[in-house]
Design a protein around this ligand. Structure first.
Ligand SMILES: [Zn+2]
Length: 387
């Protein structure tokens, strides 16, 4: 038996207005400084006040939040005692809101103990709303939250069926004013997610449908949205695609590019989307032995014509690299300015951390530590995977 789970999702023009009808006494917004300066905290607060609620705010979420950062926020949540917690921002803000909510409901629990196997008993004090202001992470549709352990340079992948938001608001007017680099780094995550969800071992008919649609929307609209944020149609399609990919992945899993990306991102402090995307083409070349047909199906769905499975997969990899190049995403680790000597010294650590990630266990071809080492090495200067 398997479950399909989703938050209630308000999407499309003026979706934010659902906040006016929210029932409750007190809301607490978890966000960062940039989102506040863009005026989004005021917009959301005003709707909540219209609904008769008091509003508290924590605007100190760090990019790729650390355990200390969420503990600090959770303290304020406890003092405020809200009945709604609202994650407003990119993946960092939404993930931080999820974890602060857990710590508010269950101050007794250790974060490393949060897993799908543990009953948390959330929603006794508050419920959760996620409002993405960038397109890409899909955290608004997922059961996961990633927090950085700064001491160990390690990404904790927390997951629980209880962590799905009660409501997600996917309003296309929000992803405006995002710097281009951030839009690329964040947006590309939706593509990595859609591709990995479609091929991993936990894939199912429900996640397949969403992953394919996510990939199609991404290839059709991402460049348009990236090049011109005033292209409302493209912006809305990409905002939806991101949530769709998030929903696909949290009802299935991702794969080895995410396992490597989490490890690499934590050790070298690289933003999640960039850290993950750089490994995607290599992971496809690596996974083709086990999932060639599946990758070819993605290729077909985005309009690639080819005479054989091998040719389709090759064209898919080329199309991904071409798109990444157009949006300034590095295709090799070297392009990120990392020196081979520094990278080589960290190789064992990178491998050990990637090996611990669930995302590798469910990859169509599970990478051994030796294979992970080769994958990391080949991705350094862009060698084609030949093993
Ligand atoms: Zn991701």
């Amino acid at each position: 038996m398997w479950w399909f789970q989703s938050p209630k999702i308000a999407f499309g023009e003026d979706a934010l207005e659902v906040l006016k009808d929210l029932e409750g006494k007190k809301a607490f917004i978890v966000t960062d400084n940039t989102i506040r300066s863009l005026g989004y905290v005021d917009i959301v607060s005003n709707y909540l006040k219209e609904a008769g609620m008091d509003v508290g705010v924590f605007d100190g979420v760090e990019s790729e939040p650390s355990t200390e950062n969420v503990m600090e926020g959770a303290k304020l949540v406890r003092e405020s005692a809200p009945d709604w917690i609202i994650g407003l921002g990119g993946g960092s803000c939404m993930d931080a809101a999820k974890v602060m909510w857990v710590l508010y409901e269950r101050p007794d629990i250790k974060l490393e103990d949060v897993s799908p196997l543990v009953e948390l008993g959330l929603r006794k004090k508050a419920r959760l709303i996620c409002i993405p202001t960038t397109s890409g992470t899909g955290s608004e549709a997922s059961w996961a939250a990633v927090i950085t352990d700064k001491k160990e340079l390690f990404k904790m992948e927390l997951a629980s069926r209880e962590l799905y938001p009660d409501l997600s608001i996917v309003d296309p007017k929000l992803p405006v004013g995002v710097p281009k680099k951030v839009a690329a780094d964040t947006g590309i995550d939706a593509l990595v997610t859609a591709v990995e969800t479609y091929v991993n071992q936990w894939r199912n008919d429900f996640s397949d449908a969403l992953a394919i649609k996510g990939a199609q929307l991404f290839f059709k609209y991402f460049l348009r949205a990236y090049e011109n944020e005033n292209d409302k149609e493209a912006r809305e399609k990409i905002h939806n695609a991101s949530t769709i990919a998030g929903l696909a992945f949290s009802n299935s899993q991702v794969g080895v590019a995410h396992a490597m990306g989490h490890s690499f991102g934590a050790v070298f402090k690289i933003p999640h989307g960039r850290a993950t995307a750089v490994f995607l083409p290599y992971s496809i070349e690596f996974g083709v032995k086990e999932a060639g047909e599946r990758y070819a199906e993605i290729a077909k769905a985005i309009g690639i014509e080819a005479e054989s499975v091998e040719a389709a997969v090759k064209k898919l990899v080329d199309a991904i690299r071409d798109l990444m190049e157009k949006i300034g995403e590095p295709l090799t680790v070297k392009e990120m300015g990392i020196k081979w000597e520094d990278y080589r010294q960290k190789l064992d650590e990178l491998v050990a951390k990637a090996e611990m990630s669930t995302c590798n266990f469910v990859n169509p071809r599970v990478a051994s530590s030796e294979e992970l080492k080769k994958l990391f090495t080949y991705a350094f200067d862009g060698r084609t995977i030949d093993f």
